[in-house]
Ligand binder design. Structure first.
Ligand code: HXC
Length: 259
């Protein structure tokens, strides 16, 4: 069900990392349905191609380009190609992320580093590479974070550290780039159904227990995150800067872990 005006993002151009699947795939599709032209990027063309077809089948405009957010040159190229294709960039959504469950005492240095590289350095790379375009458009950045690091989440030390870094980037850039008219915000989703994260992190036999711990008594839907993203990236949020909006049904406040 659409809750916003159809063309709320009319004439905007959005560059969405991790835009082929999951939460950020949903955000890309929702932005296109609300009038934006979207560029989606990730490591796998097959994921991007599938999402491009979904978006175009609904009458949207989509450009798919492969890049790994850990590779600054590749990201810069994807941004340049997007500008060549659509003329500008108004919105950057940083959704590319890595995750797996691993106890801290079993995690290798490389395993810790790979997630920080994708989530944290990748977010910085994309923001940095898009800066000149965002300055021209007085655009905005939306960073997808998590609530894992608000307390402590076992087997997620790498992701918790990485997402804490993402939140720091959101706050820092909102202060440093606010003067250019660039707004920088984030969303911290809770447990969202039908996502790679949930499939990887939550064993089927623990689902019901977790659901009961969520104050709203249900898992989030990708559309819950899409709606928060539409709000934050629309003019309705034009004075919101430096905020990471928690969209988790109240889960993290219960002080209970995912696992
Ligand atoms: C322990 C692991 C591991 C695992 C990888 N590593 N998987 N260690 N348990 N399951 C270690 C490897 O041993 C290696 O260290 C290092 O990590 C790099 O692994 P590679 O496979 O070479 O890296 P790469 O091919 O770059 O892949 C990185 C990846 C990626 C992070 C594993 O495949 C990935 O993230 N895929 C999932 C994408 C995903 O799920 N996205 C949704 C995220 S959900 P050594 O020492 O051996 O060299 C999300 C939500 C968070 O972020 C909040 C949820 C509530």
């Amino acid at each position: 069900m659409k809750v916003f005006a159809d063309k709320i993002l009319q004439d905007k151009v959005a560059f969405v990392t991790g835009g082929g699947t999951g939460i950020t795939g949903g955000i890309a599709r929702a932005f296109a349905e609300h009038g934006a032209k979207v560029a989606i990027t990730s490591r796998k063309m097959e994921n991007l191609e599938a999402m491009r077809q979904v978006i175009e089948s609904k009458g949207g405009e989509c450009f798919a380009i492969v890049s790994d957010v850990r590779d600054y040159e590749a990201v810069s190229n994807a941004i340049a190609e997007t500008v060549k294709r659509f003329g500008k960039i108004d919105i950057v959504v940083n959704g590319a992320a890595g995750n797996f469950l691993c106890k801290a005492e079993e995690l290798s240095s490389n395993g810790f580093g790979v997630v920080v590289d994708i989530d944290t350095k990748g977010t910085f790379n994309v923001c940095r590479a898009a800066f000149e375009e965002l300055k021209k458009s007085k655009g905005q950045i939306l960073n997808i974070s998590a609530t894992l690091h608000y307390l402590a989440t076992p087997m997620q030390i790498h992701v918790s550290a990485a997402k804490a870094g993402v939140d720091a980037i959101t706050r820092n850039l909102s202060v440093e780039w606010g003067r250019y008219g660039i707004r920088v915000n984030g969303i911290a989703p809770g447990p969202i159904e039908d996502t790679e994260g949930m499939r990887r992190l939550l064993p089927e036999n623990m689902k019901e227990k977790l659901r009961e711990r969520i104050p709203l008594q249900r898992f989030g839907k990708i559309s819950d995150i899409e709606n928060a993203a539409l709000f934050l990236c629309s003019d309705a949020a034009s004075y919101i800067n430096g905020v990471t909006l928690v969209v988790d049904g109240g889960h993290w406040l219960t002080g209970t872990s995912f696992f």
